[in-house]
Design a protein around this ligand. Structure first.
Ligand code: PBG
Ligand code: ZN
Length: 330
């Protein structure tokens, strides 16, 4: 006879009892949806590397978002995609252009959707002519101090325009402190959330995003500022550092291959919300696999997200957000 202590099946035979075994449950309020915003107001161009995602101009934004908000969309993260000639330079001047796509979109969305929580990715790579995330020295390496100063200016300009959250993805050293001080000085630190891409790893997963945002580096790569993917200890140090500099939320990115890092973040700071960014390459890969008949898309996506939550994330940035707004209603 089976030992009494061996019997587990009885505890999860019924769908409801299976849900009781769960430690976390995905809800709509955990999801942040990435949007690519161009400077051409009437543009709506599908991004070939990212199925079902488009670059949109200002005039296409509200009609696109309205039904999603009706279905329960709570938050978006904005990425600017300047396409006009001559908008890029060596220090990313147009990142904080008051008439640029991001600042215009913040104002528009605040006005049209007062309940929507607006996150702004803060980086220079979409706005620099060299495509790197900071300002460079003559030898092509990063000028950290100047980069932090510029990144902080950009973050404060988004906060002033009405962003609820600024999320620096540039990976410069000391930028969290620089931004926090900037927010304090601007009188905005009490109402703007600072989400750090603290543990952001270099690797092959951002390709579709860079195509969408036109932000691939013109030379070299990002390995001297984004973390090496074998660096679990360095990631813990970066998380600790960013918390000490004033980060309100810690992000781990990419998500699915970095569940140990998510769980480390949770362990390093159990009282801080942890976000995971399920990035463009992870999204495109699931679509490609489903298309090839490897699995049913929804089942795989749900399982990946469950893993991310199980590891300790409480916020997920995902291109699958529109799907989840429907799936979570069923
Ligand atoms: C900008 C930025 C990137 C992503 C978020 N912010 C690209 C990069 O670092 O090259 C990636 C998001 C994705 O792949 O979905 N620094
Ligand atoms: Zn960047």
């Amino acid at each position: 006879m089976t030992d009494i202590s061996s019997i587990l099946h009885g505890g999860y035979h019924h769908p409801l009892s299976r849900s009781w075994q769960g430690t976390t449950q995905l809800t709509k309020s955990m999801l942040i949806y990435p949007l690519f915003i161009t400077d051409n107001p009437d543009e709506e161009t599908p991004i070939s590397s990212l199925p079902n995602q488009s670059r949109r101009g200002l005039n296409k934004l509200v009609p696109y978002l309205k039904p999603l908000i009706t279905k329960g969309l709570k938050s978006v993260i904005l990425f600017g995609v300047p396409l006009a000639e001559g908008t890029k330079d060596s220090c990313g001047t147009s990142a904080s252009d008051p008439n640029g796509p991001v600042i215009s979109a913040i104002k528009l969305l605040r006005q049209e959707f007062p309940e929507l929580f607006i996150v702004c990715d803060v980086c220079l790579c979409e706005y620099t002519d060299h495509g790197h995330c900071g300002i460079l020295r003559e030898d092509g390496t990063l000028e950290n101090e100047a980069s932090v100063k510029r990144i902080a200016e950009v973050a404060v300009s988004y906060a002033k325009a009405g962003a609820h959250c600024v999320a620096p993805s540039d990976m410069m050293d000391g930028r969290i402190k620089g931004i926090k001080l900037g927010l304090i000085e601007a009188g905005l630190a009490h109402k703007v959330l600072l989400m750090s891409y603290a543990a952001k790893f270099a690797g092959p997963w951002y390709g579709p995003f860079r195509e969408a945002a036109g932000s691939a580096p013109a030379f070299g790569d990002r390995r001297c500022y984004q973390l090496p993917s074998n660096a679990r200890g360095l990631a813990r140090r970066a998380i600790t550092r960013d918390l000490s500099e004033g980060a309100d939320v810690i992000m781990v990115k990419p998500a699915a291959n970095f569940l140990d890092i998510i769980s480390d973040a949770k362990q390093v700071s159990p009282d801080t919300p942890i976000a995971a960014y399920h990035v463009s390459g992870e999204y495109a890969m699931l679509h490609a696999a489903a298309k090839a008949g490897v699995f049913e898309l929804r089942k795989a996506v749900e399982d990946v997200m469950t893993g991310i939550l199980r590891a300790g994330a409480t916020i997920i940035v995902s291109y699958f957000t529109p799907e989840f707004l429907e799936w979570l209603d069923e």
